[in-house]
Design a binder for this molecule. Structure first.
Ligand SMILES: Cc1ncc(COP(=O)(O)O)c(C=O)c1O
Length: 423
């Protein structure tokens, strides 16, 4: 079938029924696979034939998830990882080496920011930060050692939606891959590859699974970046001695980025996903579109309610017409907002902390994208070590509450928030 819709892809996934007729993919927990003979083993290790060797490299259950997410994002191949953080790590380590730099947004998810600044600094890979609303600032930071432009489709938690087309133009002008973390929007809201991105990353821990029982990450290769002629990625088009002189661009063609991540970075570093977790994420994906629809509907209703509550100082939701991110959100998120919003409680730090303690239905946990509504107060938790002036400069004020709006009956959540704010 041609042009199958995202909804149908999500429901059916990439699984093709095996001889048992089982309607869901079997969970292959086996960590290794029998070689037919010595020649077959050698061919597998030389990459001159395809097949399974060892679950760190590939696994049939994991492959179902990889193919499903690649299809949902409109890519040609994907690599599943143990977490979203590891998906980021695999991507960066495949793109950059000591002395290189990546130009990125100054409004990234906190864990990504720390990975980039505290860990990659030790590898000699520099991250240069710019305002995602200011393309010119990004361009100024690009030089001949730049290896990628890295952005989030919906900045967590500020809700900024980048001008994808402008970023894609900038990336193409400088022959750089555009990498997009699509965790918060999901392919239901935007498919970054259709907007010109070359690589898409997910924390599958969040909306892709939706049930809060799993950690996982995935990297999707669009197959659209010209690794051979960019002039920035010699190691893709010159012989790799660890594979007897194999040349990735020649051997794997358009999918050479995903292949290099798998057979080089994943082979050497590890960090593969458990087949059981891949199965759980695959199961979650079956309802992605239905959940997203309800997440968004609920977020809009909650944001509208919060605007009317006298104990609320401000509301930041990119689905509200008067919001600074509305224009880009409606342009790229199919006329929707996302399902994450922030608001400020009147009375500052103490009142906000109290609100968090008083909600009864919403969970106070460090996560997002669950079917259950989640509230967090960054100033007293994830960001408590960050100095006040730095917090304010990224918009994380002392009274900011982040909400990942769930799929409950929104009237119950509104009642929960009302009681906690008034208490
Ligand atoms: C936008 C974004 N990217 C990546 C991650 C990291 O994912 P994980 O927690 O699965 O490692 C998160 C986690 O919250 C996130 O919000």
């Amino acid at each position: 079938m041609k042009n199958i819709s995202l909804e149908t892809l999500a429901v059916h996934g990439s699984y093709k029924k095996d001889e048992t007729g089982a309607t869901n993919p079997p969970i292959y927990l086996s960590n290794a696979y029998q070689f037919k003979d010595g020649e077959h083993a050698a061919a597998l290790f030389d990459l001159s034939t395809s097949g399974y060797i060892y679950t760190r490299l590939n696994n049939p259950t994991v492959a179902v998830l990889e193919d499903t997410v690649a299809a949902l994002e409109g890519g040609i191949a994907a690599l599943a990882c143990s977490s979203g953080q590891f998906a980021e790590f695999m991507t960066i380590i495949t793109l950059a080496k000591q002395g290189d730099n990546i130009v990125t947004s100054n409004l990234l998810y906190g864990g990504t920011h720390t990975l980039f600044t505290s860990q990659f600094a030790r590898f000699g890979i520099e991250f240069r930060f710019a305002d995602p609303n200011n393309i010119a600032e990004f361009e100024k930071l690009i030089d001949d050692k730049t290896k990628a432009i890295y952005i989030e489709s919906v900045a967590n938690p500020q809700g900024v939606v980048p001008d994808f087309k402008a970023f894609a133009e900038l990336a193409n002008k400088h022959k750089l891959p555009l990498v997009v973390d699509n965790t918060c929007a999901t392919p239901y809201l935007v498919r970054p590859i259709e907007q010109g991105a070359h690589i898409v990353i997910h924390s599958a821990t969040k909306f892709l699974s939706g049930h809060g029982n799993v950690l996982g990450g995935i990297v999707v290769d669009s197959g659209k970046f010209d690794w051979e002629n960019s002039g920035r990625f010699n190691e893709f088009s010159t012989p790799d001695e660890s594979y007897h002189g194999l040349i990735f661009t020649k051997h794997f063609g358009a999918a050479c980025f995903a292949a290099k991540m798998r057979v080089s970075a994943m082979r050497d570093i590890g960090g593969c996903i458990s087949p059981f977790n891949a199965f759980l994420i695959q199961t979650g994906i079956g309802t992605l579109h239905v959940r997203m629809q309800r997440h968004i509907e609920n977020a809009k209703k909650l944001a509208a309610y919060l605007k009317t509550n006298k104990f609320v100082e401000w509301v930041n939701y990119n689905g509200l017409e008067d919001n600074k991110n509305y224009k880009m959100a409606s342009a790229y998120l199919k006329d929707n907002g996302a399902s994450i919003l922030t608001f400020g409680v009147k009375g500052g730090y103490e009142k906000s902390k109290k609100f968090i303690e008083k909600v009864r239905l919403a969970l106070h946990v460090s996560n997002l994208g669950d079917i259950k509504t989640i509230v967090t107060h960054p100033a007293s938790t994830t960001h408590r070590q960050v100095p006040q002036d730095e917090l304010e400069s990224t918009g994380i004020t002392a009274n900011l509450i982040r909400v990942s709006v769930g799929i409950e009956n929104i009237d119950d959540i509104i009642e929960d928030f009302k009681n906690a704010l008034e208490d």
